[in-house]
Design a protein around this ligand. Structure first.
Ligand SMILES: C[S@@+](CC[C@H](N)C(=O)[O-])C[C@H]1O[C@@H](n2cnc3c(N)ncnc32)[C@H](O)[C@@H]1O
Length: 184
């Protein structure tokens, strides 16, 4: 998807310019705090974030409230830049891996975060259903109806129940589901 490639490119360019990176991250802080509250994240949680980008700001905010965050990114440049950033900020409870989330062993995670641009949703959810603990929570962002360049969750193989309304440029809801809600 062109939008995903554009985001990758922007984050790769911005990540080494501290004021730009911090401004960009700060724009999402309120939303991520709402998602942390929705999931009732706590210090016992081991979180998996699929698609962190070169500036994994969501994972950075989340890491303040849980024991560990593992971030996956299937783009080598993004994963490498994110690893360098996390190391330079000395954030010891974030681990960035260059791996595609559509084939991953989710068995050790209590919360799995599926952001807007994590694709393909169907394969990711299948992999989660096959490997994650049945009571693990899933946070999944849903695009605004006007954001036509993102895949809607209308046909995603998951029962969407509890959600938080959010006012972001590209997404307006984050759903809280569990692995048991996956319908594959
Ligand atoms: C979701 S965004 C970036 C997230 C944002 N920086 C944040 O902290 O919320 C885009 C990233 O997702 C990655 N991505 C998309 N699908 C993926 C998948 N199946 N597995 C791993 N990474 C994925 C892309 O490579 C891209 O770098």
């Amino acid at each position: 998807m062109w939008i995903s490639r554009f985001t990758q490119w922007c984050e790769c360019k911005m990540c080494s310019i501290k004021p730009v990176r911090e401004l960009y991250s700060y724009a999402y802080k309120k939303v991520v705090m709402e998602e942390i509250d929705l999931a009732e994240l706590n210090k016992a949680d081991n979180v998996l974030f699929i698609g962190g980008g070169a500036i994994p700001y969501s994972a950075m905010y989340i890491s303040e409230y849980c024991s560990k965050v593992t971030v996956l990114d299937c783009d080598k440049c993004c994963a490498t830049k994110a690893q360098q950033l996390i190391k330079s900020l000395d954030l010891k409870n974030i681990d960035v891996k260059y791996i595609n989330g559509k084939h991953f062993d989710f068995s050790s995670y209590s919360i799995i975060f599926v952001p807007l641009q994590a694709e393909p949703k169907g394969e990711i959810l299948k992999s989660i259903a096959e490997t994650a603990p049945k009571d693990a929570k899933i946070l999944i962002r849903s695009p605004k109806p006007s954001s036509k360049c993102y895949t809607t969750l209308d046909n995603a193989p998951i029962k969407l129940k509890k959600f938080r309304s959010l006012n972001q440029l590209t997404f307006d809801k984050t759903f809280l589901c569990s692995v048991k809600d996956i319908t594959l």
